[in-house]
Design a protein around this ligand. Structure first.
Ligand code: 5SP
Length: 227
């Protein structure tokens, strides 16, 4: 397997939102590479979380890479507000109806954010190929390993087929997995080829979060050495 850098991204959805900035700081001190920010509109998914205002507040207190996952019906509406707020990555869902993907990806890039595409468990992996191969491509694919909307759900190992297909086809692509990842599930995801690991409950509920973060990283790095 080609070496693509491991990125460990605690999902801030599992943090104490009343203390978001200090929770974020703690995660970085514990060794996190990115902070995963779940933006939900109560429409694309049946939950409502944070938006550009909260991202902006966090940006004022942190220089971290803010890996924003847009579980929203109209991602285009969020491009400007999120870039102004200081988001780093902008990952939209392939299931939304979008007349012109190139237009969306290009607008994300123009603002300086890094474009990514996410897919729900029921969506065939082939749907993201054109976006990875586009003239202006997405730079990351997020394979959801639970139904998007809530933290604390069970990892779906059957999603690893998608990761394997992607890794074989695109050796240097950032492939992110999200949902139910932790010490018990990381090895299967890492050996399938995932290198960006989102984990909420397993990190925030751990007695020693720093050990979970380093275990996740070690698993990705070892899988890359073995293959
Ligand atoms: O996007 C989502 C849920 O929609 C995730 O980012 C979860 O927040 C991950 O939480 P755990 O499954 O790791 O608890």
């Amino acid at each position: 397997m080609e070496k693509v850098k491991a990125k460990i991204a605690p999902s801030m959805l599992s943090s104490d939102f009343a203390n978001l900035a200090s929770e974020a700081e703690k995660m970085l001190q514990f060794g996190a590479d990115w902070l995963h920010m779940d933006i939900m509109d109560g429409h694309f998914v049946p939950n409502l979380t944070i938006g550009p205002t909260v991202i902006q507040s966090l940006r004022q207190r942190s220089r971290a890479y803010l890996d924003c996952h847009l579980m929203v019906t109209n991602p285009m509406d969020y491009v400007k507000p999120l870039s102004k707020a200081g988001a780093s990555g902008f990952t939209f869902h392939v299931e939304v109806s979008q007349e012109n993907w190139q237009d969306l990806i290009q607008k994300i890039k123009e603002t300086g954010m890094r474009p990514g595409v996410a897919l729900k468990p029921g969506t065939p992996i082939e749907q993201v190929f054109p976006l990875v191969e586009a003239e202006v491509p997405v730079e990351m694919v997020l394979v959801m390993t639970v139904e998007p909307g809530f933290g604390g759900q069970e990892f779906m190992p059957e999603m690893m087929d998608k990761v394997r297909v992607l890794r074989k086809k695109y050796p240097s692509l950032d492939i992110e997995v999200d949902g139910g990842l932790g010490p018990k599930t990381i090895d299967v995801a890492a050996s399938a080829g995932a290198n960006c690991i989102v984990a909420g409950s397993s990190i925030f509920k751990a007695l020693k979060p720093q050990e979970v973060i380093s275990l996740l990283r070690k698993s990705v790095e070892e899988a890359q050495c073995k293959s």
